[in-house]
Design a protein. Sequence first.
Length: 301
Amino acid sequence: MRRHTWAPVLLLIGYLLFAPPVLLFGPLAGLLLLARPRTSREWLVLLASGTWSALWLHQAGGLAGQFARAGAVLLTGTYLALTVWRPSARFSRALTTTALAGSALLVWMWHLGIGWVELRQAVEQDLWSSNRALIMRLGEAAPGASTAGFLGEMSAMIRTIGSFYPALLALASLAGLSLAWAWHYRIARRPLGPPPAGLAAFEFSDQLVWGWVVGLALCLLPLPKTWGAVGVNLLMVWSVLYAVRGLAVFFVGSRRVPLPVIATVTLVAMFLLPFVVGGLTLLGLADTWLDFRRRLTASAT
């Protein structure tokens, strides 16, 4: 019997607020179609998600929009092809899909002669254009001397998003695929494969620790700026992945801790978020060699 909790709903709402919905709706519509919908609920979700994805893909836009749409199509197609070949609920499936779709996207850019600088400028221009009215209103609301400072902060934030755009898109893809499988399993009468694993079982190959080495090498070696940008984005993706792995270790270990203590620690962590994320990342890295969850399970037994 499936367990219905609020966690998937909260994760879905959070994802739709901060990430491109098509990276979730596209794979979800494909999974429901492959599962051969039989109920009205399956057909309703399939038509809604499929229609929204089709309308989004037909929007007009510049280079940044074309890049995002091409990435969404490649991601959805690759994921469904791998699912037809062998359904899997493991996180490694999302990693493989994102890596293959990203590689195909790089080939597409190379074929069209699009470089990293052009893409970053297009992303920043789109962010300015889409948020210009809001930025100007906020700037006018600020008292005289602080207007320039506010606009400078907004400009710095937009440049940061542009610099980390590939990493943010990759992370959104990984999260979207994971949520798509979880919701397909909740909605479909006959899901395609095993149920999604919980946070406690979150893992990936220990060999991916070499991604840190590659990212650091690209950042530290005297290479062109484009390779340095690749290294920075690679390190960001790996930091988030290992932070989630560290959170999974903490989740398993916290089962023995009283709930009031967990609530207090969570409240304090909200005010020390950068340090907490760094600590979780180091914990996830250490789990590569120490396998904390196996040790915790063995000691509990």
